[in-house]
Ligand binder design. Structure first.
Ligand code: AMP
Length: 401
């Protein structure tokens, strides 16, 4: 089945066209800084994936998608003859609230519920919904699915998802932990169970999605029982540009001292903090590790803080589980950085998570799912390669089938 995967953010649009039967990618597109001066979209078609740069200055997210559909329809190098060749669309949706506990086909009723979830992720859900609206107009006969970041976490018990706030904020405003990266945690857990050779329902796993965004989930017998991201993806670990958890009183303190607006505070916490804020250099872990190696103290501190917070989250979820069979590392940093993994697990050996430094080495191993702990480590350590677009495409194709 040929599936168009649409991943719309506040100022980004990532799309891929995927032939799910052979897991073949036919098109990749990425537009960033949408709405800013000089915004461009990079579009590349199979087989050579030569990038074409399309100016999209002044366009909204759905307008960028419309331009991409025009290209798929008319470009001589397009891998499809007409838009009718697209057999399904899979939309990544950040927040599904309490309405959606699994991926769903989008009919009128589901779309109405989707619009009600917009206030839960005001930066991400509205542009995604606008893309769905556009696709319903332009591809009226093509089934569309919504694949939610939050769905996997709807199994959390109230003690994990409620905040110690007056109950009315949950009842009236829906303020609770929803979590995120659910598709990735679900996939990582299943792949780890395969590596362990045991059914997912029989194992306890701590899955660590460490990328530009980061979250850790306690997966007990195949179900998410707790996760570090919260009401929004700002809570939890220190991330590329996001602070993660801080004392909430810091927010009001800074706002008062600097007389800044809610929007400015939001920007500081989401865009200027985390690895970027502490290192003062970059949000990219590769740059920061390199700078730390070269003796930059701020970069070294950022790495230390990042590692420490990951260790604390793993430790706290170990306490939340009834059993822990493995810790699973995935996403950009988790998959690719042997150094980061070595540093995290150097502090966790006393909990029975004992890394094998040779197996941890990445040489020739990028993209290979594997166990990287020593053979008799009481708790195994696994590395799993995540591929969000492929998973969305396959979930969509399964729903449509
Ligand atoms: P993601 O959001 O999953 O694409 O992950 C992006 C993050 O992964 C960025 O911080 C990258 O610097 C980081 N990353 C990717 N490859 C490596 C690597 N080899 N070593 C360290 N960090 C990496």
């Amino acid at each position: 089945m040929i599936v168009l995967v649409v991943n719309a953010g506040s100022s980004t649009l990532k799309c891929q066209l995927i032939q799910t039967d052979g897991k073949i990618r036919l098109m990749k597109a990425l537009a960033e800084r949408i709405g800013a001066a000089g915004a461009c979209m990079e579009v590349a078609f199979a087989p050579d994936f030569r990038e074409q740069t399309v100016p999209v200055e002044g366009c909204t997210v759905p307008e960028c998608l419309s331009i991409l559909l025009d290209m798929l329809e008319r470009d001589p190098d397009s891998p499809i003859a007409s838009l009718d060749d697209i057999q399904a669309v899979g939309n990544r949706i950040v927040a599904g609230g309490e309405y959606f506990s699994e991926s769903t086909l989008i009919d009128d009723e589901a779309f109405e519920k989707l619009t009600r979830c917009e206030e839960l992720a005001p930066l991400h859900n509205p542009p995604a919904d606008a893309c769905i609206r556009l696709l319903r107009e332009r591809l009226p006969h093509t089934p569309e699915a919504a694949v939610f970041d939050t769905a996997f976490h709807t199994t959390m018990p109230p003690k994990a998802y409620l905040y110690p706030l007056p109950q009315r904020y949950y009842q009236d405003y829906g303020i609770r932990r929803y979590g995120a990266h659910g598709t990735s945690h679900r996939y990582a857990a299943q792949q780890a169970a395969n590596l362990l050779g045991r059914p997912l329902k029989d194992v306890g796993l701590i899955t660590c999605h460490l990328g530009n965004g980061g979250s850790i989930t306690a997966v007990n017998h195949g179900e998410s029982i707790d996760t570090t991201m919260g009401f929004t993806p700002l809570e939890g670990l220190m991330m590329g540009t996001r602070s993660g958890s801080i004392d909430p009183a810091i927010v009001t303190y800074i706002m008062r001292r600097d007389s800044i607006s809610f929007e400015e505070m939001d920007r500081i916490l989401n865009k200027e903090s985390g690895i970027l804020g502490v290192s003062g250099l970059s949000a990219d872990m590769r740059d920061v590790l390199a700078a730390a190696d070269a003796g930059n103290e701020h970069a070294a501190l950022a790495v230390d803080m990042y590692v420490y917070r990951v260790q604390k989250a793993i430790g706290s979820f170990y306490a939340a589980m009834t059993r822990t069979d493995a810790v699973v590392m995935t996403a950009g940093i988790g998959e690719n950085s042997a150094e980061l993994r070595a540093r995290v697990f150097a502090g966790l050996a006393h909990m029975g998570m004992i890394l094998d430094l040779e197996k941890n080495d990445v040489t020739g191993q990028i993209g290979v799912n594997r166990i990287i702990s020593i053979d008799d480590s009481p708790i195994k350590i696994c590395v799993v390669t995540t591929d969000e677009e492929m998973r969305i495409a396959r979930e969509t194709s399964a729903l449509v089938d």
